[in-house]
Design a protein around this ligand. Structure first.
Ligand code: SF4
Length: 454
């Protein structure tokens, strides 16, 4: 998610670059909304940023303000109708909204609306538009309805003249503020600031709403209650790009520390350390550094295939593994291997990877995972589906090892994971690892429930 207020710059093109840096956060659809003081124009489609936009579509997006989004669906299907930014017309102005996260009270909010649409993001946009229709400015409208939203929502919103950034009071998902000369930039991660040469100013705080307009930047806190921060620990494990800085830590550095701690907790009598590219690389480097074992690229990744794990359909996931990764017998044959990955969610990818490493001639495969077993569904922006799809739910580590056909298996302990972040444990969400949720949670994990109820 990206937003920019820049009176003298090509905001749509800068947003395009920002989205390019944030492609890893979602690959189902991409979109940009631009505002020129009179109109709001939105262009969005299914596909990657580079597939959706070209010179012609970008040149049609003009104005001082732009927001952009790459979608990874957590509520609503991967259909075009759910691509973002979401658009509404109200009181003579266009409103566009981009959302990272997932509301946990979607169905309660939907029940308040005559036309809730097909996703939690649709609901938020509709509620804001209704307030604007009643005569409120965009910031007033956002401040009026935001306290009703529960769950994870980092938002960028614009109307014809104003850019708004909002982060939920728990701060589940990241949101940062940057400066590019006189322009203000809002982005999910600092890597998107880097790509447009914007300077990191600060994080947008949990519960904070920033408003950028002709009057400059203002900060507001529209939520009645302060909450204990609950930054998603999986931003450190998996989601974020390694070159991003979050809560003052480089993601790469934290992942490396996880690997070092894993080596200390669960050493293996092996010949080589092999990462599962790419998110397992820093942890494998840490594991190798801590043990003195050789670090070997035994698996090669095709960089042009999206993350298999976050593609919605199971059939796509199964096929995707071999499209994405290939094992190198020259590196693996005759070797006792410790394979390091960041997490196992459903397990289908990992099982196939282990088989590939064995087929390539490895004599032993010992699996080390730089996070604890993923046992509980996420309701805050990671599409993990039903609990019964999670490999570790209801299974012991020994049972998982047998299923994956590995010689040994160890997961990094939760305390060690939290210590590797260097952050106070109570400020991190660990619900998918611990079952301790910060909010009430829905009774359904059906992401297309709104669509099927229409
Ligand atoms: S439940 Fe897990 S994936 Fe979801 S926000 Fe919490 S730590 Fe992150």
């Amino acid at each position: 998610m990206f937003g920019i207020y820049a009176p003298n710059l090509d905001t749509a093109r800068l947003t395009y670059f920002g989205l390019f840096a944030l492609q890893h956060r979602g690959q189902e659809s991409a979109g940009i909304a631009a505002a020129d003081g009179e109109t709001v124009t939105v262009y969005k489609d299914l596909g990657l940023v580079a597939q959706v936009f070209d010179e012609t579509t970008l040149s049609g997006l003009t104005g001082n303000i732009a927001i952009g989004h790459t979608r990874y669906s957590t509520t609503g299907s991967s259909a075009w109708v759910n691509s973002q930014p979401i658009y509404r017309q109200a009181n003579g102005t266009g409103i566009a909204l981009a959302h990272n996260g997932n509301l946990s009270n979607t169905h309660e909010l939907a029940a308040r609306l005559a036309d809730p649409g097909t996703s939690d993001s649709d609901i938020m946009t509709e509620m804001i538009a209704l307030e604007v229709q009643n005569g409120h400015t965009l910031p007033e409208a956002v401040a009026a309805v935001a306290p009703l939203f529960v769950g994870a929502f980092s938002l960028t919103i614009l109307d014809t003249n104003t850019l708004v950034g909002l982060r939920d009071p728990f701060g589940f998902r990241p949101l940062v503020l940057g400066k590019l000369d006189d322009a203000w930039v809002i982005a999910s991660e600092t890597c998107a600031l880097d790509i447009v040469s914007a300077k990191f100013v600060r994080e947008i705080e949990p519960g904070e709403m920033v408003v950028v307009s002709e009057a400059g930047l203002e900060s507001h806190y529209p939520f009645p209650e302060q909450q204990t921060r609950q930054l998603c620990v999986f931003e450190f494990v998996y989601f974020s790009r390694p070159d991003s800085i979050m809560a003052g830590r480089t993601i790469h550095g934290v992942r490396r520390r996880m690997g070092m701690s894993l080596a200390d907790q669960a050493p293996a009598d092996v010949d080589i350390v092999v990462p599962v590219p790419e998110s397992g690389i820093p942890a494998a480097q840490g594991y190798a550094a801590a043990t003195g074992l050789p670090y070997t690229d035994g698996l090669v990744k095709n960089r042009y295939v999206g993350r298999t794990f976050i593609e919605p359909a199971q059939s796509m996931r199964d096929r995707g593994v071999r499209l994405k990764l290939n094992a190198m017998p020259g590196e693996l044959s005759g070797q006792r291997v410790v394979l390091v990955d960041d997490s196992i969610v459903r397990g289908s990818t990992t099982k196939q990877l282990v088989a590939m490493v064995r087929e390539a001639g490895a004599t032993e495969v010992h699996l080390r995972i730089s996070s604890p077993p993923y046992r509980w569904p996420c309701f805050y922006g990671m599409d993990t589906g039903d609990r019964n799809t999670l490999l570790a739910a209801g299974r012991s580590v020994d049972e998982i090892a047998a299923f994956l056909n590995v010689d040994s298996l160890a997961y990094l302990e939760l305390d060690r994971l939290l210590a590797a972040t260097g952050l106070a444990p109570e400020t991190l969400c660990t619900a998918c690892l611990s079952g301790q949720y910060a909010t009430d949670i829905p009774t359904t994990t059906n992401k297309i429930a709104l669509e099927t109820s229409r």
